[in-house]
Ligand binder design. Sequence first.
Ligand code: NAX
Length: 325
Amino acid sequence: MKTPIDIAVTGAAGQISYSLLFRLASGELLGPEQPIVLRLLEVPQAMQTLQGVVMELNDCAYPLLQKIVMTDDPKVAFDNIDYAFLVGAKPRGPGMLRADLLKDNAEIFRVQGKALNEYASRRVKVLVTGNPANTNALIAISNAPDLGPDCFTAMAMLDHKRAIGQLAEKCGVISRDIKNVMVWGNHSCTQYPDLHHAKVKGLDALSLVEREWFVNEFIPTVQHRGTEVIKVRGQSSAASAAHAAIEHMRIWAHGTEIDDWVSMAVASDGSYGIEEGLVYSFPVTVADGRISIVKALDLNEFSLERLRLNEAELKEERQAVKHLL
Ligand code: NAX
């Protein structure tokens, strides 16, 4: 039997985790041979709900699930972990300003960044899902100097999958027929889902759809998909977000396909003129656990303008939390 691998999930009593935990426990991330320990972090008020979720996990009798740790202490949650799904964050309350939300959540990620720095394995892979995900990841990076930025990412995978879903529907193909879609920038309505390099069954996507559809339907649909799901379902995206989180980590652990890339928010290295250090979604490839930004793609003025808008928005977010960096 292999040595178990420890995976931390924060916000473990929330709705994304209600889908995520059961899929992790069944072995979807690391495969059917790899035992795991789940280390679940919540706030004290949510411990009873979390207890109920743990009862259900136990009731599944998953053969790979070696142990479950429930805690409200980040030190315990992050002890020697190799993977961290940072899902927990405060939702935006009624009348709450975006700046207030940024500040409240920033504090959570300052504390968790410090705890990861001290207690996590030196090769930990951290995925920030809790919003505002890019800036939360930036705060965690700033508070984890011994780990370094390469250990941290924020989630753009749901946006990436939404873009593939929309294009597949439009072209009447299945998702597997689509390659090289990308989503640039911030996980917000400013994000830029880009089809300029996308292929559908090997053909240029933009030769198959009208430019009008790309600009006036595709881009806004992907940008506002989260709001639309809330309107129709009455609750924010949960199962799709959990799926995206697993896909993101699975690809980080096992690599991208040879002829494709995915979108991940990582610390910018200055590529495409995006200020170094900002956590920004780029097209990336992954090999041997290392993420590389896809370089030197041709971008027209239409795309560059949208990339700059995202950069400006992320700089504004950074400004709002600068006391924590
Ligand atoms: P829920 O409100 O259902 O769950 C959040 C959980 O986090 C709660 O149980 C809460 O008690 C817990 N929590 C709060 N502070 C915590 C702390 N300091 N430590 C540990 N746990 C803490 O939200 P859910 O629908 O699960 O969404 C979670 C986060 O994901 C939200 O911030 C949401 O905005 C964000 N999303 C991000 C997406 C992305 O693509 N990056 C897409 C989906 C989702 O909207």
